[in-house]
Design a protein around this ligand. Sequence first.
Ligand code: WT7
Length: 657
Amino acid sequence: MEPLMQENRVFNPPADFIKSAAIPGMDAYNKLCAEANSDYDGFWSRLAKENLFWKKPFTKVLDESKAPFYKWFEDGTTNASYNCLDRQVENGLGNKTAIIFEADDGSVTNISYQELLERVCKMANALRKMGIKSGDRVIIYMAMTIEGVIAMQACARIGAIHSVVFGGFSAQALRDRIIDVGAVAVITADGQFRGGKSLPLKAICDEALSTGECPNVKHVIVNKRTGSDVTMTTGRDVWMQEIVANESTTCEPEWVSAEHPLFILYTSGSTGKPKGVQHSTGGYLLWAILTMKWTFDIKPTDVFWCTADIGWVTGHSYITYGPLAVGATEIVFEGVPTYPNAGRFWDMIQKHKATIFYTAPTAIRSLIKASSNDQAVHPKSYNLSSLRLLGSVGEPINPEAWIWYYENVGGSRCPIADTFWQTETGGHMISPLPGATPMIPGSCTLPLPGIQAAIVDEAGVDVPNGHGGILVVKRPWPSMIRTIWGDPDRFVKSYFPEELGGTLYLAGDGAIRNKDTGYFTITGRIDDVLNVSGHRMGTMEIESCLVANPLVAEAAVVGRPDELTGEAICVFVVLKGGRPTGDEAKRIATELRNWVGKEIGPIAKPKDVRFGDNLPKTRSGKIMRRLLRVIAKGEEVTQDTSTLENPAILDQLKESV
Ligand code: WT7
């Protein structure tokens, strides 16, 4: 990533916010950090007892005996769904609205905690009746609906491990995940509504299952959403509405060990194969709850809105689990920010009186652009006075977008939590606390209490503030990744590499701490992973997809900075039939973009395609990616190219099709 534009103004949390905040002021923050430092186990033990319901209390907090396969609260038993739903109903919140669901077409459905519990129980009973049991893996391939949340919660209730696949992923990507996770069932929908269009899901699921490579999938459960035509395979496919119809509204939860896997979520790594990030039940849920309280300062009166999709970790922690586990009212939105127009978010905040709004920098940047010449969709044209707190997630927020968000959406009154975290971390790691931390745009500021984030050099040695380095976490924390599903060696190599001494968690990001404040700024990934619109994409994944195309001999993928999406995917391709030019180049570029879209999903479609007779290589045949990055940016290559075998190639690659 390009270095961020400098912005040195400090924005202090508003005085009245501090007064009622969960962590009121820096002294309160420092006190929590000190508690964690002086008695790590005691700190987490206290919080786990205060915040979770334990069927059987744990006797040991942290087990480091098989590090880095850490175990938290292992002999305690609990259930995530019970903590999210039953607990609220028992506390008298049965009639409170759990979810305000706004559909793509604007229609609104409210569902109370009591109703949500009953619907989850019915679904959980139905799943059990099909023979799905604790430890079984269930793929969820659904869009943003109440049923999506119900499907996840129902799995959690019976101890089945869900693995949600984002509804924008292709049949191939879905199939890979079904196979890798060994799923016994897939929960999907006939289709999804997005931006006024009806898009298929079941048909893609059928395609994923059509090759005979997923013999373990015995059931496909289909939520009727769009009413579009689907093919139902007898003996395998059932309608969600039909299987729940006669089920009981109560269902005894499966009491599982705190270490029982709650879910597996695939994310891109630096090799071609996505990683199945495995999360626990107890530690994960504890952190979802604590970050709802600490970062989002959640109060009983809040209307919380996280705009993420349940297909990403943000949707897991801050839609399906966190908000419900603290008994909040939350908005679940089916559609897209630009339909029917780019004022949709502001209209919904106004309509539902949202108090906390959590979205991604890419969305903010695209709405800045859309409202710059259309006052009707500008946030100033809406009443956003209900908002008291804003959040940002997924990628660095550039100071310019931060200031716009602060002034125009937050009315210069709402703190912004720039939350740095990852699929692997389960919840926020570094973020301002809205009632404590003075904010500096572009910096995610300080680690949350208990999180021992640090910056080290390539040998794992601490670097002084003001010097860039590698972001690590020095001690295990409850919501950390437990392993990579089916590949424990890769887990150790990826996250606890020996080069760093084997005990530091490697986030995969570069970072720098400010000399004076100690604030963290994330400088971007240090591996071959791109961040496009807040979505992680492995360059190798796209490369192997491209070379699988019959036209392609060789391909290299790099990122380049993009005003809107943060980073954009730029591919360099050598075709088997030689370098195309003119219209033919255009045609093949489109074909390749569509190919990647179809094989992986539309989010992986390359923005720039460049053709060459070859790729720039060293004499030993290694592709010189650093040169490709320079070319992708549209800059002149001024670096030393003396080790380059074929310098003439560089000129060919300058032209983007
Ligand atoms: C990567 C993780 C966190 C949930 C959504 C993305 C980047 C995330 C920030 C932030 C700068 C950020 C990092 C990280 N990232 N949040 N506030 N500032 N960068 O989860 O797909 O696992 O991606 O997103 O590069 O490693 P993910």
